[in-house]
Each structure stands twice: as C-alpha cells, then as structure tokens.
Design a protein around this ligand. Structure first.
Ligand SMILES: *Cc1c(COP(=O)(O)O)cnc(C)c1O
Length: 364
C-alpha cells in the first residue's frame, strides 16, 4: 500500500500535442471552460490499495460502467483554482494548500477517501508544469479543476470503495463579459441552496445541481447570478450560487455573512478578510438580513456590494432584483473600495505587488 509521500507521478506525454501556434490562438481569447489543455492528472484509490497509480497522461474520456456509483448517488467533489503567469513569465498558484485542505474537508463530508494535501498540490503542480505553454499572460489564467468521484460499480447505498481523483485545466479570460463593470443579481424567494446539517460547506457537484433551477430563474429575470437566503428563516443573506458576498458600509467597514456551515468557505473570501484587516479595515462576519440590505442600500448606509470567488475574482453587484421589486447599490457600477480590493488581490496573484502573507506558490 502506498502512503502519501511515496506516490510519484508517472508522466506519459501526449503523442499528439496541440501545435504551438494553435495553443497561442486558443489562449488568446478563451471562452470559460470550453478549451482544455493536452493532459490530465489522475490518482486512484481503493480500500485495498489506498492511493496509487498517480499519472499525468494525455487527456482522454473515462470509461465507466453504467453502475458506476457517482452516476446514481452523486458522490462527487471538486475544487477551482488558477495558475497565473507573472510579468517575468513565471507561473504560480494562489494558496493551493488551502484548496487541498478544503478538498479533504469536502471528502470527509461526502464520506469519500481523503486525498493527502501534498498529493493534491503535487498533482496540480505536475499538470501545470507539463501544460505550462497553456497559461495565458495578461488578464487570463489557467483554470484548474481538481475533482474526485465514486468509481465503484455497485448499486448498494453506501460510500464507495473506489475513487478516481483527476485534475484538468482550461485557459480562461474574464468570467463575466468584458466591459461589464457590475452584475445584476436575483434574490431567490423560492429556492434555497443549503440547510443546516446539509452539504452547503462542501464543494460538491450536488450543491450546484440543486442551484441550477434558481440560476435559470435568475436568467429569466434578466439577472447574472442568484443570491440565496438561509433555508430556516428565509431571511438572512448567505451567498451566490458559486461566490461569496461582501458589503461595503458607509463607515468604510466590510461586512460578510459568517461561515455558519451552510456557506462555502471561499479562499477568496478568507483572503479579502485578511487583506482588509491588515489595512486596518473593520470586517464584521455577522448575519445580514435581506430586508436590512435593501433598506441600507436605499438609505446609503451600504455603499457597495461585491461577489467573490476564484472564477469571477471580485465582481461588483450593481443591481438587486427580487419578487417585490428592485434596488440599486450605490450608482450601479463598480465602487472604489471594490475596485481597490480587486486590484490588490489580482496584483498579489499575478506577482505585480508585494505578497505580504506568502500566498503565491511558485510552479515554473
Ligand atoms: C467555490 C465556491 C465559492 C468561492 O470559493 P473560492 O475558494 O473563493 O473560489 C463560493 N461559493 C460556492 C458555493 C463555491 O462553490
């Protein structure tokens, strides 16, 4: 049986790599999540062998049995992270051990095998190195999608005895349409994302499956994203479908809902809190009622609001729509505090400004 430190990645480069001019063309203006690099990383787990068979190989389809457990009971978790190219051409990741730690926590919640953190980061590092030509410069980045699914062929309802961990990579540009300075959000009055005791704090595919109907409703209302309220009282702001949310108050403080177990603990969220506190800005992690948000936006007590996450980084919320009406935040565009936080965070991620917390992880 392999222990965590002895697993080595066997690298079998693709025999049909994408020609260099084609890579240059496809990373110049990528659509989110449609173009993929040449390789993938995989590691397997079985209850008898533990973690084994770590490899980097040409990206290819999985062959799975129709009885494969994930297809029936949705034991699946994932992560989202990015590799950035600095102005000197070097490539780095942002706090990858935080993703590795969260991945373990998600696995524990979903009753799946826990991948050692060093193996998680080792897989991501190895894949980025092999596919480093795919990391765009400028505003782009290489989005990395580590994920794991139950791969045992068995229809009994219990946790699987076999898992496949995999990392794929996709060059990306901005998540929201270029030139859009703020998004419009829909506050779902009918659907909730997570309940106390449920899986809200785990990054599992099932949470997204359950949120898509609300996202469809939001799109029908002309909105970009959904804001979910708590399941128990339908009163407190929790988060967006895939992003955490912050409010900028008129006294300069920041406010964000607390990690109550029903919110995904975002690494972007945690980083913004650390950066703000370091600058002497007060950050309160207190429950915030939707009705109060509306009253505060109208009175001017809330100056700005923004969503944050790896994919969309920091995105201003300009307008809020709900069943009983709509309201604007500030002047409806990106405010100065949101802009400054975005510039600082992306500056650290891309090595343009000092990294006071040592968050950047050098890959190549
Ligand atoms: C991934 C995710 C976030 C953001 O997490 P980051 O680590 O900042 O990328 C927020 N909410 C949900 C539901 C998520 O899945």
């Amino acid at each position: 049986m392999n222990t965590e430190t002895t697993v080595q990645f066997v690298i079998s480069p693709s025999t049909t790599p994408t020609p260099h001019d084609q890579i240059t063309a496809s990373i110049a203006n990528p659509v989110f999540g449609r173009v993929f690099t040449d390789h993938m990383a995989t590691v397997r787990w079985t209850n008898t062998l533990g973690w084994h068979d770590a490899k980097i190989e040409a990206r290819r389809p999985f062959q799975i049995d129709p009885a494969c457990a994930v297809l029936h009971y949705a034991q699946e978790i994932f992560e989202g992270m990015k590799a950035y190219r600095g102005e000197d051409g070097s490539i780095s990741l942002f706090r990858p051990f935080e993703n590795a730690r969260r991945f373990r926590a998600s696995a524990a919640r979903m009753s799946m095998a826990e991948l050692p953190e060093a193996l998680f980061v080792g897989a991501v590092d190895a894949l980025v190195k092999v596919d480093q030509d795919w990391v765009p410069g400028g505003d782009g980045s290489l989005y990395l999608r580590p994920f794991m699914f139950a791969s045992e062929s068995f229809l009994g309802v219990r946790s699987s005895n076999e898992y496949v961990f995999c990392v794929i990579a996709s060059p990306v540009g901005p998540y929201f349409k270029a030139g859009k300075s703020a998004v419009t959000v829909w506050v779902s009055d009918q659907y909730t994302r997570a309940a106390p005791g449920g899986t809200g704090a785990a990054k599992c595919g099932g949470n997204y499956a359950a949120s898509l109907i609300a996202q469809t409703e939001a799109a029908a209302k002309g909105c970009d994203q959904v804001v979910f309220l708590d399941a128990a009282e339908h009163k407190w702001i929790e988060e967006l479908g895939g992003m955490n949310v912050f409010f900028v108050m008129d006294d300069g403080s920041l406010r964000t809902p607390p990690l109550s177990g029903t919110i995904l603990p975002g690494i972007t969220r945690a980083s913004i809190i650390d950066l703000a506190r370091q600058e002497g800005i007060t950050v309160s992690e207190e429950p915030y009622a939707f009705e109060t948000w509306q009253a505060d936006a109208i009175s001017g007590r809330v100056k700005e609001a923004f969503a944050c996450g790896t994919a969309a980084v920091v995105t201003a919320i300009g307008e809020v729509r709900h069943a009983a009406g709509e309201f604007k935040i500030g002047h409806g565009g990106e405010g100065p505090v949101t802009q400054r936080i975005r510039t600082t965070l992306t500056g650290i991620q891309r090595g343009k400004i000092a990294d006071p917390f040592g968050w950047s992880h050098h890959v190549a």
